[in-house]
Design a protein around this ligand. Structure first.
Ligand code: SF4
Length: 177
């Protein structure tokens, strides 16, 4: 990966921060999966979420097939962070930026894996579990679905994720080799 070229392209995007990382820095936790299962209303509703993505160990093996990646973070200010609908609506812009970063990475390598925010929202009604995903190339499983402790990675790279006031922070990981 020509990082200098990629960094030049990333500088054109409205990113809050980004960091290159090695996959052996990632922490995988069954605790993250437990939170998916017990607290997330999207659990068992899309191909982007558990259990469709497989066990944490299967996810870990999928991720560790890549040596490195780039973590991107965007921030958006909302009028009331407690308003879940308004907060979730800011995901679309982050997902668009994630697609742009993926295109930049793909210009250098075809071997990529992208993990992004929460559950997939491409279709009004997901086909899970009755039929294959309609858009497997556009669907990005969420970072947490793979048991990844994103706050740990952000801390390791000095990314301040403790949103102040009504600021929403979204993360994506674009892995490549
Ligand atoms: S693209 Fe459609 S079918 Fe595939 S995971 Fe997303 S919502 Fe489900």
């Amino acid at each position: 990966m020509d990082r200098q070229r990629l960094e030049g392209q990333l500088a054109e995007l409205p990113l809050y921060q980004y960091a290159f990382f090695r996959t052996d820095e990632l922490l995988f936790s069954e605790r993250v999966r437990y939170i998916c299962r017990t607290e997330c209303p999207m659990y068992d509703t899309t191909w982007a979420c558990p259990p469709a993505v497989g066990t944490v160990e299967e996810c870990r093996r999928r991720v560790m097939a890549y040596d490195e990646g780039v973590m991107i973070a965007t921030i958006t200010e909302v009028s009331d962070i407690a308003n879940i609908r308004e907060t979730l609506d800011t995901r679309a812009d982050h997902e668009e930026i994630t697609r742009q970063v993926l295109a930049m990475v793909r210009a250098q390598t075809d071997e990529t894996l992208t993990l992004s925010t929460e559950a997939c929202a491409h279709c009004e009604r997901c086909t899970w579990p009755n039929a294959p995903c309609r858009f497997p190339n556009r669907m990005f499983p969420c970072v947490e679905s793979h048991g990844i402790l994103i706050t740990d990675l952000a801390e390791k790279h000095g990314i301040d994720f403790m949103a102040q006031g009504n600021v929403v922070t979204w993360f994506s990981l674009i892995l490549f080799k």
